[in-house]
Design a protein around this ligand. Structure first.
Ligand code: ATP
Ligand code: MG
Length: 338
């Protein structure tokens, strides 16, 4: 029997290069060999977008289209909606007893995200809700509801999977062996940097290249990407390793990469020229994606059906998990106990 993959993405924006190279490329690679469940994590998205439900709603189909256009095959994977699986909400409640507040606040991903929010919205502790601090618990529910063996994610997610593993161990210790302990799975580029040179490209960080960006948007973003700050004039020598333009040339595997590198080091390549070349290469790279995207935009009922079918499949699996969980927790009051 195939092992199960459970992973997810928040409908807070479109698919960007960070998602693609950091996680989605693995989903595509592994979809033949695993029973793959991809969650559109709308409930998690609402934890910090509760006051903007339109944004979350609008991005559910948008992201599903992006994922299909990027290469996920609807015949092989189940793309499903988190809010439609009530067992995930139930499990979140049960697991919340197994995690201390101190442990949640110590989670490095939660810590970083809270710091980012404070930087964006002011140093206001009031803006950090119970739901947001608790989202690792809900993510543990996502993974275990679907009995995920493998969770292919970007590096920022590792502390969340570790927290899930702790919850599983605690659950099994108290209530008896019931849940699977999942393993994380990273890509070779587990943390894709942003256009601004920051360590992580992210939707919430405003430094992302979206696969859906129009040609004009793409050009504008590439032209504004951070290059070696020491290079002032066109023919100054520069260090490609600190340049985001070189970084993206490498990422999309520009076959001209050796020349890009040597010319940059020798001061024989101006940044504007280098950016224009990257723009052309990216347009080529994105062409098949854009064509597929157009197809799904014109066949939106097909997309909805894929999401509905994926959700039914996920629901069946989560219902089975819930039976085992309730039995172990001795809250299966109306079931025959063997
Ligand atoms: P948000 O800002 O709303 O959290 P995000 O850009 O971080 O959005 P998510 O939906 O949280 O995107 O992440 C989906 C998947 O993509 C996760 O597995 C995450 O680790 C991965 N991912 C996101 N950004 C990057 C990145 N810059 N590098 C590598 N992986 C990434
Ligand atoms: Mg994120």
């Amino acid at each position: 029997m195939k092992k199960t993959i459970l992973t997810g993405i928040r409908p807070t924006g479109n698919l960007h290069f960070g998602h693609l190279f950091g996680a989605v490329s693995n989903w595509i690679k592994l979809q033949d060999d695993y029973d793959t469940f991809i969650e559109i994590a709308d409930v998690q998205a609402l934890t910090d977008n509760f006051n903007n439900p339109e944004k979350v709603r609008d991005h559910v189909l948008e992201l599903t289209i992006d994922l299909l256009a990027a290469g996920l095959d609807s015949e092989k994977v189940h793309i499903f909606l988190q809010s439609e699986i009530k067992e995930i909400a139930e499990l979140t409640v049960f697991y919340s007893n197994l995690v201390t507040m101190a442990r949640l606040y110590r989670n490095p991903t939660v810590k970083t995200e809270i710091a980012q929010k404070k930087a964006l919205f002011g140093n206001d502790g009031e803006s950090v809700t119970y739901g947001f601090v608790g989202y690792p618990v809900s993510q543990a529910a996502d993974i275990t509801a679907l009995q995920g063996d493998l969770v292919p994610v970007g590096e920022d997610q590792l502390p969340l999977i570790e927290q899930c593993r702790e919850i599983v161990r605690k659950f099994n210790h108290i209530y008896g062996e019931t849940l699977k302990e999942p393993e994380p799975y990273l890509s070779e580029n587990a943390r894709i940097k942003g256009l601004d040179g920051k360590e992580k490209m992210g939707k919430s960080l405003g430094n992302a290249i979206y696969l859906k960006d129009s040609d004009e948007e793409l050009k504008k973003k590439i032209m504004g990407a951070v290059t070696d700050p020491k290079k002032i004039k066109k023919d100054d020598k520069a260090d490609p390793e600190v340049c985001m333009v070189y970084y993206y040339h490498k990422l999309i595997k520009n076959d001209n990469i050796k020349t890009v590198c040597s010319e940059c080091k020798a001061g024989k390549r101006g940044c504007v020229f280098c950016k224009q070349e990257l723009y052309q290469k990216m347009l080529e790279y994105l062409k098949p994606f854009k064509e597929k995207r157009k197809y799904y935009e014109e066949h939106i009922d097909e997309v909805k059906k894929i999401l509905q079918d994926g959700t039914s499949c996920a629901r069946e699996k989560a219902e089975n998990t819930m039976k085992d969980v309730k039995k172990s927790m001795k809250i299966d009051y109306f079931e025959e106990r063997g």
